[in-house]
Design a protein around this ligand. Structure first.
Ligand code: SF4
Length: 367
């Protein structure tokens, strides 16, 4: 049964230089028309049992769409799918979109109970290096307003390891978190994706990103400081106060079923992972013709399914049951920890997740 719905809102007011998500500035479609396409898409999954416990509006910048339209959208959605078991409804927001507290109140009133801010840095230099349009004050104000509007469950996303950042810059930033009413934090290491501006500058040798040892020290520092502040490090990049793990993301990491709606979104149903087109025009045309806008799909079985299971479960602190672990290649043995009946990656193992998984892939699939 599908337990989570992810909804991709691709609109942004500008393109950040590091971003490889599908985000469109000035697309030729109005907000309601796009939301209507999402509803049409949902109708095409009536043969699937869907009873979501979580809804997640990600992007892009979902907060660009007015709460009034979301109200109508959620009402229409509830005519198509049973929303009575929904426990967590998240909306991603950019701090600069929040000049009015009533906007946040409205979001709260129509049922959003978790808000996730793309803060990225609380230092002016960090925000400039990342090409963000907001200031540290905007971010602090947005968090404060959300708290006052009654959001208890507030997340902030951060990026570390960007051009020019030092360990002491990061240390200063982490100190600022102490005072904030945040229940959840995500700290992502900057990846210079090829197709992004930052990726291009990096490949031309024009960016001075911290070296591997500094990045490892930065990750250690983030984990240590956040744990000292009372956040549980429960996934490679995610930290939560007790009781505030992100229920939506746990569905991904528990290898449970979810449906993604919207251009570029991914789903996992049955033993199939499938993804929608990243092209808004193709997405629109498919739905107007009554077709699912799916462009990629992979049926997982045998060793592939086993590897896929390990790939999501080993991201988390809970890891896997000991007997689920394959024989480990000797060179990555030290990156695992065994506790009672469970096995998981150590902190160092989490930092080296991609390398560890490649080694496991080779050993499981014998390629
Ligand atoms: S606001 Fe978010 S989704 Fe939009 S371009 Fe920036 S990082 Fe990407």
């Amino acid at each position: 049964m599908v337990e989570s719905l992810y909804i991709h809102i691709p609109f942004c007011s500008y393109k950040c230089p590091y971003c490889d998500f599908l985000s469109l500035v000035n697309p030729h479609i109005d907000h309601w028309s796009y939301l209507e396409l999402l509803l049409r898409e949902l109708e095409l999954y009536q043969d699937i049992e869907i009873e979501p416990k979580t809804l997640y509006l990600g992007g892009g910048t979902p907060s660009l769409i007015s709460p009034k339209l979301y109200k109508r959208f959620l009402e229409e959605m509830s005519k198509r799918v049973n929303l009575s078991s929904v426990e967590e409804v998240t909306i991603e927001c950019n701090p600069e979109n929040y000049s009015f507290d009533d906007l946040l109140m409205l979001l709260r009133d129509i049922g959003f109970n978790r808000i996730s801010f793309g803060v990225q840095s609380l230092r002016e230099e960090g925000l400039r290096a990342l090409g963000r349009a907001h200031s540290p004050e905007d971010a602090l104000r947005a968090i404060e307003l959300a708290h006052r509007a009654g959001f208890e469950n507030i997340n902030a996303d951060f990026i570390f390891g960007y051009h020019g950042q030092t360990l002491s810059d990061l240390e200063l930033e982490l100190k600022l978190l102490d005072e904030l009413p945040l229940m959840h934090l995500s700290f992502y290491l900057l990846t210079p994706y090829e197709d992004t501006q930052i990726g291009k500058l990096y490949s031309m040798g024009l960016l001075n990103l911290p070296d591997g040892d500094t990045v490892a020290d930065m990750y250690e520092l983030v984990c240590e400081r956040l744990e000292a502040l009372g956040y549980e490090h429960y996934e490679i990049s995610n930290f939560a106060r007790p009781g505030f793990r992100c229920k939506h993301n746990l569905v991904y990491w528990d290898h449970r079923e979810f449906l993604g709606l919207g251009v570029s979104s991914w789903s996992f149903i049955g033993s199939v992972r499938f993804g929608n087109t990243r092209n808004l025009q193709i997405y629109t045309n498919a739905l107007k013709e009554g077709r699912r806008p799916v462009e990629y799909g992979e049926v997982l079985y045998g060793e592939e399914a086993y590897y896929d299971y390990l790939f999501v479960k080993l991201r988390t602190k809970d890891g896997v049951r000991l007997e689920e672990l394959p024989p480990l290649p000797e060179d990555i043995l030290h990156l695992f920890e065994i506790e009672g009946e469970r096995a998981r990656l150590s902190r160092r193992g989490m930092l080296l997740f991609n390398e560890v998984m490649l080694r496991l892939r080779d050993s499981i699939l014998k390629v």
